[in-house]
Write a protein that binds this ligand. Sequence first.
Ligand code: THU
Length: 133
Amino acid sequence: MDAVRLIEEAYEAKKYSYAPYSGFHVGAALLTEDGRIFRGCNIENAAYSPTNCAERTAFFKAVSEGALGFTAIAIAGDREEYLAPCGVCRQVMAEFCDVHSFRVILAKSKQEYQIVTLKELLPRAFSGKDLRG
Ligand code: THU
């Protein structure tokens, strides 16, 4: 997995961020097991709650194109700080990814980043297994 390449894709995705209300622009790039990359940006709405985060945009684009099986996602914001995904996006990641192996790349810049597992971000996740008992 080329973390720097994925971060570059996340910054490219951020260019299309539609964030007229928060002014907080986010891009994400999701890597599939077979090497494809799906980009996503945040898309806001005047009614606020329909807003979709960059991470979920990337996941929903990928799943709606038939992709399943993901290895990593890179997330890039405007600020020189590590941007961690919101709780809703973590839950969506847990739906489609192995919490132990899926890598979340938090980019501060193209040069500075941290790699964490989904397990670290979402310990004791609720999943389909809990529903089945
Ligand atoms: N946002 C993301 O796209 N990803 C995150 O990880 C955190 C928040 C978006 C949602 C909203 O458009 C804006 O950032 C401010 O919360």
